[in-house]
Design a protein around this ligand. Structure first.
Ligand SMILES: Cc1cc2nc3c(=O)[nH]c(=O)nc-3n(C[C@H](O)[C@H](O)[C@H](O)COP(=O)(O)OP(=O)(O)OC[C@H]3O[C@@H](n4cnc5c(N)ncnc54)[C@H](O)[C@@H]3O)c2cc1C
Length: 406
């Protein structure tokens, strides 16, 4: 029987597939990276994720990606919790508290689309990456020594691509996960989130580049992105029974924004969309030679900015295991450790924290709300408590906990 080529087949050139491919290629492993989008439409994707935590910035630095992203983003050392009901700033957290823990004491506000654009350029230039754009992954089969994937190539023909392992970085609708029959358990929130993008300088009103705003009626998030033109994303929950066309009417969007910040003048709206939020984790992150990473393994609410960040942490963890195996420093059981470590993070950190974040913003009970706010204020004002809090929100704690898992 012919040998399988000594390479890893990665499905999906999103942030996770690209970071994984770069890390493997830079350690001299061969990669075949398959992506359904092509040069003609790759940059037409919605910007999506955008807050990059310090731990992730360290990983971008290792890949040589950080220097390309910093000029395209906004350095944001501070983030705020506001109370919309009382119009008050509750707490300001400054990543300067992490100066002893990282040389990135800030988050970088830089959207997913910019990350994949820069990472794709690097992947195109790397001789160890066989990049197949405009190629749709359809199915796969695995044997004891390798995997065979079936794709539709740019000419519309069916082709098979073989390798030693397949990594599903195809996002939440992962075909690999479905083919393996791996359950994706969790729940979907009833209320869809409305995202309105506005060209307006909210810093004039005391907001930081990143703000979490609690309110028993209509919580929101407010984030700043670098242009031109600079944009701010405002998120609102919506009534599950509301009609989508009605919600998205320009007058309805303006009315919501004016209720949020009455300026008396129409806001310049540069984009809007409505999205459904899922909280789900795959039952298993590995089945033989197939491994799940990123959204294909876990999805969560964007409150707290943990989806893409934790997906990239999956990618780097997995890359290190595959590199150690290729160098003969580890056997195949390293992949089980990857699955144990990263599934633990998905359940105990990403899911738990994002569910808590949403509950905190939407809390209805006035006494509980006050208690939560007092605690946030106390935490932000005490340097040691603030550091601990930031180690968790900046995802260092999840990495340290994962490291301790055998
Ligand atoms: C509004 C919004 C805001 C968010 N904000 C944040 C944030 O601030 N911070 C954060 O950490 N996360 C955030 N997230 C989540 C984040 O966008 C995702 O977690 C992240 O993009 C997942 O990366 P991924 O590479 O796993 O998958 P994806 O980004 O979904 O990429 C998957 C890739 O696979 C390709 N693909 C899919 N199917 C196939 C196929 N059959 N064949 C070939 N290619 C295929 C796709 O074209 C795509 O390029 C946000 C999400 C939303 C919706």
């Amino acid at each position: 029987m012919a040998e399988y080529p000594n390479r890893i087949v990665v499905i999906g050139a999103g942030p996770v597939g690209l970071c994984l491919s770069l890390a493997l290629a830079q350690a001299d492993l061969k990669v075949c990276l398959i992506e359904a989008l092509g040069d003609d439409n790759f940059l037409e994707q919605v910007p999506r994720a955008g807050t990059n935590h310090p731990a992730t910035l360290e990983m971008y630095e290792r890949l040589g990606l950080y220097d390309k992203l910093e000029p395209r983003g906004i350095i944001a050392p501070v983030f705020h919790y506001w109370d919309r009901h009382d119009g008050k700033l509750i707490a300001a957290f400054d990543h300067a508290s992490l100066k002893a823990d990282t040389h990135f004491p800030y988050v970088l506000q830089c959207e997913r689309i910019k990350i994949v654009e820069e990472a794709l350029k690097m992947a195109k230039a790397h001789p160890n990456i066989d990049l197949r754009l405009k190629t749709e992954f359809v199915s796969f089969a695995q044997g004891s020594d390798g995997v065979t994937t079936r794709v539709i190539n740019p000419a519309g023909e069916e082709e098979t691509i073989e390798g030693r392992y397949i990594v599903s970085a195809e996002g939440a609708r992962s075909i690999v996960r479905k083919e393996l029959g791996i359950a994706f358990e969790g729940f979907t929130y009833d209320d869809r989130t409305l995202n309105i993008e506005v060209a307006y300088d909210f810093t004039k009103h005391g907001y930081a580049h990143r703000n979490y705003i609690s309110d028993p009626v209509e919580w929101s998030n407010l984030f700043h992105w670098k242009g031109p033109p600079d944009r701010w994303r405002v998120h609102f929950p919506t009534d599950p029974k509301a009609n989508e066309a009605e919600l998205m009417r320009p007058e309805a969007l303006q009315a919501r924004l004016q209720k949020f910040l009455p300026t008396g003048k129409p806001f310049e709206i540069v984009g809007s969309n409505l999205y459904v939020v899922h909280q789900r984790v795959a039952d298993k992150f590995r089945a033989g030679r197939a491994i799940l990473a990123g959204d294909s393994a876990h999805v969560n609410s964007p409150i707290g900015a943990m989806g893409m960040n934790s997906g990239i942490h999956d990618a780097i963890n997995l890359a290190d295991k595959l590199i150690a195996m290729a160098r003969g420093e580890a056997d195949d059981s390293a992949l089980d450790r990857y699955a144990r470590q990263r599934r633990h993070v998905a359940v105990a950190h990403t899911q738990a924290q994002t569910i808590r974040n949403k509950r905190l913003l939407a809390e209805q009970d006035a006494a509980v709300r006050r208690r939560n706010q007092d605690e946030l204020r106390r935490t932000a004002e005490d340097p040691e408590l603030a550091r601990k809090f930031l180690l968790r929100t900046a995802l260092f704690e999840s990495l340290r906990e994962a490291d301790a898992i055998a």
